[in-house]
Design a protein around this ligand. Structure first.
Ligand code: SF4
Ligand code: SF4
Ligand code: SF4
Length: 581
């Protein structure tokens, strides 16, 4: 252990701790922009400079280890002046039009500039110009070079968390910036569209394609019937932008808000999740009992970020993906067929909007395999949770003063199994609940699957169900997924069924979720909120959803019937990651 003094406070920390983390442990916050614990401590922004007694130079707190009897001043006149100059220099190369910026209000640069009372930048503005910038307005991810502060967080997140290596440093000297690696343009890269670089960017250097105008147009079009589905993970996150606890902003308030905006019907993607389980659990049992999974497991396919990763990085394993569509796309296919019939309207009149925690789902709904000549696109537009909350603010809809309203039916009833899709391990647990029933004839006590609910990013469990031994793994974050595939390929690991979610913590930590610059633990909090909702539900297994039962009885027949295969399954070989835009 090492004892030092920070701002006159004695602090004892393990040897090797940085000044930044030693200060944090003593509840002293050192301002920073580029620092991201565990990912980025390259001292690029130099905002975390502090003064250390008996050292000539200012020291960057994020990457300088403490030593015995070190004396640190985080707010000495010299530290304050250095920090201020560094922020002013960053501002001189940043497009400071905060009023028209998507991150205004939760931008780390804006906050530091405000905190330091910087109301004038004494340096001439030098915005980057003439960059490669071949960004197509149709691509779901957008880079704004004039908002980028070159903190390199996106590079590190894409490299270390996701192992996809999309970003790199570009240019030299004062023209150094960040751009797509290997001189590619983004649409030719194998970006998974997980959106983690966006949620970890301190400014608006990265953002998603804005699709709110498409939704406003549809809401105003008298020839369309706008309907909406809400993803599982959105329900415990949408209220954060309003400073509300999820318990104070339940789904019923969201339904009321969406009807206020003009949607004719409000449905729940958890219905689609229950349907996914019916198909995926049956598909798994079929592939498992046929001996097809001897060498490689069946991978879940409900995360389009993961599907893009596998197809881009390990195309030879594409056949191991479940052919079941994701919940949003299953919902779309059924909405434009069965639901349209039930409502007595032509499918082309229905305009289906999805509210998702996800960027990859924007790309998923555009895939050629997710539309037909007859029905058009099954899902017309995907909004992220962030876009949805922006629309709420634009329409001056205050969730606090809304009375909760029920969802529409059919396709508004769901089970606890559908709800936990939004948390890592949830898809696997939901599928196992139904597989257990198929193999034993009884519903399981969900508690038997608790081993895959919490724990490290990679969780393993072996379940005995009706005499069958099923080896399962759950993993989130694509670097973790890559390590798992490596273990499978080298024979170090053997599983029958593997759930992969591209975003750490699953969709709760999705790339389209609200961005919090203060709280790095949001994914876990949102995920445990979903498990609490599941525990409160009477129906906790997808096969017990009465509306799913009605759908099969009235329309699909049984899971994996010809009609179910046609509407609910897909061919992952039919498209390439780089051909989509
Ligand atoms: S895009 Fe964002 S995360 Fe990436 S370098 Fe620029 S400011 Fe940093
Ligand atoms: S969206 Fe994901 S894969 Fe694409 S650049 Fe960002 S972090 Fe990398
Ligand atoms: S984990 Fe969820 S939010 Fe993230 S890419 Fe996958 S589906 Fe989208």
């Amino acid at each position: 252990m090492v004892t030092l003094t920070i701002d006159n406070k004695r602090v004892t920390v393990p040897e090797g701790t940085t000044i930044m983390e030693a200060a944090r442990s003593a509840h002293i916050q050192i301002p920073h922009l580029c620092y991201l614990k565990g990912y980025n401590n390259i001292a690029a922004c130099r905002v975390c400079c502090v003064e250390v007694e008996n050292e000539n130079a200012m020291v960057t707190a994020c990457n300088s280890p403490v030593y015995e009897n070190m004396v640190v001043h985080t707010n000495s006149p010299r530290a304050r002046q250095t920090r201020r100059i560094n922020v002013e220099l960053i501002l001189s190369q940043h497009d400071c039009k905060c009023a028209t910026c998507v991150r205004s209000g939760n931008c780390q640069l804006q906050r530091i500039a405000n905190d330091l009372n910087i109301i004038n930048v004494p340096y001439p503005e030098q915005l980057p110009v003439g960059l490669r910038g071949a960004w197509t307005s149709t691509y779901p991810l957008f880079r704004d070079y004039q908002k980028c502060i070159k903190c390199m967080r996106c590079i590190q997140i894409c490299d270390k968390m996701q192992s996809v290596h999309i970003w790199d440093i570009d240019g030299t000297g004062s023209r150094t910036t960040v751009d797509v690696s290997h001189n590619r343009v983004i649409k030719d890269s194998d970006c998974t569209l997980c959106g983690q670089c966006i949620t970890h960017c301190p400014t608006a250097g990265l953002r998603e394609r804005d699709d709110t105008d498409k939704v406003y147009d549809a809401l105003a079009n008298p020839d369309l019937i706008p309907i909406v589905q809400i993803a599982p993970a959105v329900r415990t996150a949408w209220c954060e932008s309003f400073g509300l606890d999820p318990k104070a902003a339940p789904m019923g308030k969201m339904a009321a808000a969406l009807r206020r905006m003009g949607f004719a019907h409000v449905y729940d993607t958890c219905f689609g999740a229950d349907l996914t389980i019916m198909e995926e659990a049956n598909e798994f049992l079929k592939r498992f009992t046929s001996g097809e999974l001897k060498h490689f497991p069946m991978f879940t396919s409900c995360c389009p970020g993961w599907v893009r990763f596998l197809k881009g990085q390990f195309p030879e394993l594409t056949g191991q993906l479940s052919t079941s569509k994701s919940p949003q796309q299953m919902f779309g296919a059924i909405a434009k067929t069965w639901l349209a019939q039930k409502l007595g309207v032509p499918a082309e009149k229905l305009f289906l909007v999805s509210i998702m925690p996800c960027l990859a789902k924007k790309a998923e709904c555009d895939l050629p395999t997710m539309q037909t000549e007859e029905r058009g696109k099954d899902v017309d537009v995907v909004l992220t949770t962030r876009e949805f909350t922006r629309m709420l603010r634009a329409d001056r809809i205050d969730p606090v003063h809304l009375d909760a309203e029920p969802l529409d039916n059919p396709m508004g009833v769901h089970t606890g199994a559908g709800t936990i899709f939004g948390a890592t391990g949830g898809v696997m647990e939901a599928a196992l609940r139904t597989a257990y029933w198929k193999l034993t004839g009884q519903d399981p006590d969900p508690a038997i699957f608790s081993a895959i609910r919490t724990g490290p990013a990679l969780r393993e469990a072996v379940y005995n169900m009706g005499g069958a031994t099923v080896r399962c793994a759950v993993v989130s974050g694509l670097a973790n997924a890559r390590a798992l595939i490596h273990d499978l390929k080298t024979g170090r690991a053997h599983y029958d069924f593997v759930e992969v979610m591209a975003c750490p913590g699953g969709c709760s930590g999705g790339g389209g979720q609200p961005i919090s610059i203060d709280d790095e633990e949001r994914a876990g909090i949102r995920g445990s909120g979903l498990h609490q909702l599941d525990a409160q539900m009477k129906l906790r297994c997808s096969h017990r959803n009465p509306q799913i039962q009605a759908l099969y009885e009235e329309y699909l027949g049984e899971p994996m019937s010809e009609k179910a295969e046609d509407l609910l399954h897909t061919d992952h070989f039919a498209w390439n990651v780089t051909e989509c835009y």
